[in-house]
Design a binder for this molecule. Structure first.
Ligand SMILES: *Cc1c(COP(=O)(O)O)cnc(C)c1O
Length: 400
């Protein structure tokens, strides 16, 4: 039995069966990972758009080690200097935001964001303004509130009754949004690019229209930048491309470069309503997570974004060339968050063929492959990935 098989067999006996897992990954360095049998891969899933600086980046390892020798956890009953530093660093790159709250994941950041949106209106004497408007096909996490707000029925199935006061509109449809946002709307929540639904960017002008509409009708605009933030699209936040600022924004995934951390950023006006005792987290903003996130932000300041945009352009050009093989319909997304839409072949089959050829990507639905390599990807690594994906596309069995 191989190393991968041995881990799989034990896992299947003791873990809840909620994940579809393939190989066991045991070591990583930069964009490369190795499985339990010693096979090397280019990791273009990156822990699901998390490992924004690759695996075991020396600056992150150093920050984690130094913090681990100092103090790990004290709880939010005490001030945590690293947490204050991280808030300062995040707010410095997010000019509209004045307040930060820390938690441990994207779902928790969204949970805090949605709760705060309701509390803001309730505190101001409008408890009837409690409705959340969200998009079909969106993804906001796996807590009960976030699966309710998320636009994918399958994630709510069996968990009913869900949270009341949530309605959905088609993503990108301004007219539908106009019809849905009214005087009972607490907030509209949206991802700048639908990540889990196949890397679908918001149409030109959509976020701007959403900003104007929510402001006009007295509702809040909530941006879920859990997947798109921290440089993933070539700017610190994806909303910078749209020239729009929200009232609240969630971040997680890439924020800790692989160490679990989530954040909610808020304007002064809204953030002030997360009053003493109203919300909290035991682990949120602990010294270890904050030390690593600080190191991530420090690296992002040092030219990484600029270089990632260049390598992304080269990667996209390479992927575009694969269209000549007849199995790529189009490429979408931005920066280091790309979707390869395939045709005549199942995305899942291409994913398997790519894995066999040393490239990790993930299939979303039947026809999209998601690529989320680190921002530190080199041109040579981008070229090698394109070559492996081209071979995988050619080798995958045709769709029945
Ligand atoms: C991944 C993701 C989440 C959930 O984050 P978790 O850390 O898994 O809880 C929420 N929103 C978006 C847009 C995501 O991509």
């Amino acid at each position: 039995m191989t190393g991968n098989e041995s881990v799989a067999q034990r896992a299947q006996k003791v873990l809840t069966p909620n994940y579809r897992q393939s190989i066991a990954l045991v070591r990583g360095e930069g964009v490369r990972v190795w499985d339990a049998d010693g096979k090397e891969y280019l990791d273009f899933l990156g822990g699901v758009a998390v490992n924004v600086l690759g695996h075991c980046h020396p600056a992150l390892v150093a920050a984690l080690e130094a913090q681990a020798r100092t103090v790990w956890h004290v709880s939010n009953h005490y001030f945590i200097p690293r947490q204050v530093e991280l808030a300062e660093a995040l707010l410095a790159v997010t000019p509209w935001a004045r307040r930060a709250f820390f938690c441990n994941s994207g779902a928790e950041a969204n949970e805090a964001m949605l709760k705060l949106a309701r509390k803001y209106h309730s505190d101001r004497g409008h408890p009837e303004r409690n409705e959340i408007v969200a998009c079909h096909d969106s993804f906001h996490g796996r807590t009960l509130f976030t699966v309710t707000v998320g636009g994918q029925e399958k994630y709510r199935h069996g968990f009913e009754p869900v949270v009341p006061g949530v309605r959905h509109v088609p993503f990108g449809d301004v007219a539908a949004l106009e019809a849905a946002v009214g005087d009972r709307t607490a907030a509209f929540i949206v991802e700048p690019i639908l990540g889990e639904s196949g890397v679908v960017p918001a149409p030109e002008g959509y976020l701007k229209a959403a900003r104007e509409l929510t402001r006009k009708r007295g509702a809040l605009l909530l941006l879920d930048e859990v997947q798109t933030g921290i440089g993933r699209t070539g700017k610190t936040w994806a909303h910078e491309w749209a020239g729009v600022t929200p009232d609240l924004m969630s971040s997680a995934k890439a924020l800790g470069g692989g160490f679990p951390i989530g954040a909610l950023l808020a304007t002064e006006e809204v953030g002030a309503h997360l009053t003493p005792g109203s919300h909290g987290s035991t682990f949120g903003g602990n010294p270890l997570a904050c030390a690593v996130a600080l190191a991530v932000l420090k690296e992002l300041r040092e030219g990484v974004l600029e270089r990632s945009r260049e390598v992304s352009a080269r990667l996209v050009a390479g992927l575009e060339k694969l269209r000549a093989g007849g199995r790529v319909d189009r490429i979408r997304g931005q920066g280091m968050l790309l979707g390869v839409v395939v045709k005549g072949v199942a995305a899942g089959e291409v994913m398997k063929a790519a894995r066999a050829r040393g490239l990790l990507v993930n299939a979303i639905g039947d026809d999209v492959l998601r690529l989320a390599p680190p921002l530190t990807l080199t041109a040579a690594e981008a070229d090698l990935a394109v070559e492996r994906l081209g071979a995988a596309l050619a080798a995958a069995p045709a769709k029945a």
